[in-house]
Structures are given as structure tokens and as C-alpha cells.
Design a binder for this molecule. Structure first.
Ligand code: SF4
Length: 490
């Protein structure tokens, strides 16, 4: 029996070849005029020449003409030859890993045990220079109730962080809080670690030996060389820097170098001194530096004229600082920039970080909660600073009257939850950098008077979009930079 074959014109076959793949969900971003980056929902990325995203989405990519690219696109879940990618479960696992922080729920519990402080920093939101302990110290009964909520959190590994003011001014509350928390954690079989945020100005040997005994980490502040630090961190005598150095040396002697970390805040004055700031950290033997912009909260907001600057200015400062740090590493020295490392961990590994300001769902409530000195609870540290300005939008309840459910699953939390996913807020929902970035309704509200926010004029968006783009560009331009970045991840 003879077989009848129909021969279609050539175009028919070529169209079939071109359309023989399906698009998987992904976005792209132009890195520079030569390169763009494709990024899928799990954060996997592929550098491709500019214009490739268009060719792929128009289904004009011909398998045989670009076999390597075609294979990469399939392997990295950008396209599929079948309607459902045969390895879709692997993509689901990657996505679940990126959102793994949700399994722990609230693991960071910040206790503002006192607002008292002997500093009056230019950008500080909350400190009070006062001797009146009763007015601005947390009551022991509130500390107990806060610890109870902390222990009730589903997280197995908890962090209790003491903040102020200057928490060491109420050292008795630290001693009490650590003892109570340890007792409760042991009873509930939970692991607990402690952090104290301190300016180190008045720290004593007795306090440090207490920290050593309880494995407490110290987080301190260093804004740069003396002239900068003293200008930002005011105290009578204008000797904040000198006292900081004394406190740092004593702390390192008793606790060891690794148990003290420092954060910097980029004041308006600091913008002209990125190299000097980095050099200060190098000279003092730090292996990490966190180049942080000023926050638009509290006194920094009311003091706006003096403290505010354009995001572009910060980005210039950040890039000069980062390039200097990279050069330092190229010479065989080790110094990590923390913000870049947080973002790079999201880009270069399957994992998330514990950094609460770059999460989706946002870190507020999901990862962090704040117990204020007066018994009120807030979604984040920034929310309580907002409350200091008389705005209680993010106040979640009070330790005397609210149950765990009221606070963590109550009406307020539910309302905020509508705005805490960058997967569903305008602008972010189609952004290629979504899985590396986060949502921050508190920032949106503070800077744009809207929980949703408006990305085209958002400082948060502008800063993150450019830093992420820039990190990609650095890696494309210089393979040595990617190698350095990878050493930072551990
Ligand atoms: S804030 Fe900006 S950079 Fe971040 S995900 Fe949203 S649109 Fe992208």
C-alpha cells in the first residue's frame, strides 16, 4: 500500500521550530547597552546580549542556531518544550527554599528596654537624655510578658535583641531579661541568642564579663573617622569617638574581635568621605562594613533639612566605597561590604538571608517584632520610631491587653499583610529584581504616605534597583570581582 505524504512549504516547518517552546515566568533587566539579565521566579539568572529577551518572548529563538543558549534557557526554567516543564518540581523546591525564612516566622525579638541615652545624635529618632528611670525604662512585668510572646513564637531559634536609647544605662533590665529568657527557653527547648546594641561609650568591665558569660554579641555604631563620628553622634564633651575607641578596645579584650560588629549611618557630611569611612574600618581591624543610608524616620525626618539627601548622592557614595573595598580585596586583604553581601547571597546562592529589610513577605511581623519600653508592640523598629512622632499606624497592641493572636494575627497585622508582598504590588510585581529585593510598607508609608507606595519616585526602589544592577555589571565586567564576591558569602 502506497503512503501519501503531504509536503508543506518550508516556512511552515521553520515556524513550527520557532514556536516549539513555551515561556516560563521570568523577567529581565537591562544591565548596560551590551547586556541584559534574565531572572526567573526562583532568582536564577542568565546574562544574555541585549535584545535576547525580546527574541525569546517573540518565540523567534531557533534551537539549532543557538543550541547552547536554548539548552541554558531550558535548564534554568526560562522556557520549556512541554506545556509543563518536566522538572517543574525542582523549580518549586527552589522557590520554597527562597521563602524558607517563613517557616521560622518571627525569630528576631527587639526589646527597647530604655529610651535613656547620653548621646543626642543628629539623626536619632528616640533617645532621651534624662535621669528619670521610671519614665523611659521598661517595667520588669512587661519584659516578662514580652519574653512569653517570644517563646510562643513557632521559631526554634530565637534572637533577643536589646535596644535603646543606650541599653547599658538600664543594665539591670538586661541582666533580668537574659536570665528570664534563658529559663523560659530551656523549659520550652528553644535556642536563644542575645544581641545588645550599644554605643560602647560607657561600657564597663562588669557588663562585658556578663556578656562573655552569656555569649552575648555586641552591635555598635561607627560612622567613620573621629571628625565625622563626633559630628553625627553628639554628646556633651564632643568625645563620642574617643569613648567609642576605649569601649571597643575593652570589649575586644574581653569578648574577642568576632563578637563585636559595627554599623555605620551615612550622614549628609559622610557623603564626601567614602574612602575615609572605609579606611577607618580597615584601620580598626574590622572585616565587615555596612554602608547604610540614613532612614527617613523619627527625628531624622523632622530634622530633614539638615539630614536629608538625594538617593543619587547615596548611590555615588556607595559605589565609590564599594569599588575601594573591592580594590582592597584585590590586593589580598579581606573586607566585606555587608549590603552587597546580603544581595549577592540572594543572587548567587539558592538561599535567603536573615536580613529583615529585604524580604517578601516583608520582615515586619514575619521575622521581627518590637517590644517598646512602654509596653506597646510595633511591627518594626522603624514603626516605633514613627510612633515617637505621634503616628501609631504600625502599633500592634499592648503587652497588658493583647494576646499573642491579637498581635501576630490580629486586624492590624492582617491589614498590613495586604501590602507586604512585592510579588503583588505595582511596579515590583513585574520587576526582574523582585526575588533579590523586598517590600517595605513602613518605608512607603513614611516617605510617600501610602502603604502601597509608588515605585518610580521611591528612594527604596531607586537605591535597590541601582545597587542590584550595579552588582551584576561589576560581575560581567570583571570575573575577578565575582570571585571576590563569592568569598564574601561565607
Ligand atoms: S522596590 Fe524596585 S527594585 Fe525592588 S522589587 Fe520593587 S520595583 Fe524592583
Amino acid at each position: 500500500m502506497s503512503q501519501k505524504r503531504t509536503f508543506y512549504p518550508y516556512e511552515e516547518y521553520s515556524i513550527k521550530t520557532e514556536k516549539s517552546y513555551h515561556l516560563m515566568p521570568f523577567n529581565f533587566h537591562r544591565i548596560n547597552k551590551n547586556w541584559e539579565v534574565l531572572i526567573n521566579y526562583a532568582g536564577d539568572f542568565l546574562f544574555v546580549p541585549t535584545g535576547t529577551a525580546q527574541v525569546i518572548t517573540l518565540k523567534q529563538l531557533i534551537k539549532n542556531s543557538h543550541p547552547d543558549l536554548y539548552a541554558d534557557l531550558i535548564a534554568n526554567f526560562f522556557i520549556s518544550e512541554e506545556k509543563i516543564h518536566p522538572l517543574i518540581d525542582i523549580l518549586a523546591t527552589k522557590y520554597r527554599t527562597k521563602k524558607g525564612f517563613l517557616e521560622d516566622f518571627t525569630s528576631l525579638h527587639i526589646f527597647v528596654t530604655t529610651l535613656r541615652c547620653e548621646h543626642t545624635c543628629e539623626y536619632c529618632q528616640v533617645s532621651r537624655v534624662t535621669q528619670d528611670k521610671n519614665a523611659f525604662d521598661m517595667k520588669a512585668e512587661h519584659l516578662d510578658k514580652g519574653i512569653e510572646h517570644m517563646i510562643n513564637s513557632p521559631s526554634q531559634n530565637l534572637t533577643m535583641e536589646f535596644q535603646g536609647g543606650e541599653p547599658f544605662l538600664a543594665f539591670n533590665l538586661i541582666e533580668y531579661g537574659v536570665a528570664q529568657a534563658k529559663k523560659r527557653a530551656q523549659k520550652s527547648n528553644k535556642n536563644i541568642s542575645f544581641v545588645i546594641c550599644s554605643n560602647l561609650a560607657l561600657i564597663t568591665e562588669e557588663q562585658l564579663f556578663f556578656c562573655k558569660e552569656h555569649d552575648i554579641l555586641l552591635s555598635t555604631s561607627l560612622d567613620g573617622p573621629g571628625f565625622l563620628h563626633n559630628k553625627n553622634r553628639r554628646r556633651s564633651g564632643n568625645n563620642s569617638y574617643q569613648l567609642f575607641l576605649k569601649g571597643l578596645n575593652l570589649s575586644r579584650k574581653i569578648l574577642g574581635n568576632d563578637n563585636i560588629g559595627a554599623l555605620m549611618t551615612t550622614s549628609k557630611l559622610a557623603l564626601d568621605y567614602p574612602i575615609e569611612v572605609v579606611d577607618e574600618y580597615i584601620n580598626l581591624g574590622f572585616e565587615n562594613i555596612f554602608l547604610r543610608p540614613i532612614s527617613p524616620y523619627g527625628f531624622a525626618k523632622s530634622n530633614e533639612k539638615k539630614t536629608k539627601y538625594e538617593t543619587e548622592k547615596f548611590l555615588e557614595f556607595y559605589k565609590r566605597g564599594l569599588e575601594y573595598i573591592i580594590e582592597h580585596n584585590k590586593k589580598g586583604n579581606f573586607l566585606v561590604e555587608d549590603y552587597a553581601t546580603i544581595v549577592l547571597k540572594k543572587i548567587l546562592t539558592p538561599f535567603q538571608t536573615g536580613y529583615v529589610d529585604l524580604q517578601s513577605p516583608a520582615g515586619l511581623i514575619n521575622s521581627v517584632i518590637v517590644y517598646n519600653y512602654d509596653g506597646y508592640l510595633y511591627a518594626t523598629d522603624e514603626s516605633r520610631m514613627l510612633a515617637e512622632m505621634g503616628d501609631y499606624t504600625f502599633r500592634l497592641g499592648h503587652l497588658d491587653t493583647s494576646s499573642y493572636e491579637d498581635i501576630f494575627y490580629g486586624k492590624k497585622a492582617q491589614e498590613i499583610s495586604k501590602y507586604w508582598l512585592n510579588e503583588n504590588i505595582p511596579g515590583c510585581s513585574s520587576c526582574a529584581f523582585q526575588s533579590y529585593c523586598g517590600a517595605d510598607p513602613v518605608y512607603n508609608y513614611t516617605s510617600q504616605n501610602s502603604l502601597v507606595g509608588y515605585r518610580p519616585t521611591s528612594g527604596f526602589c531607586q537605591r535597590n534597583m541601582e545597587i542590584i544592577r550595579y552588582l551584576f555589571e561589576l560581575m560581567i565586567n570583571d570575573v575577578e570581582v565575582e570571585k571576590i564576591f563569592r568569598t564574601w558569602l561565607n
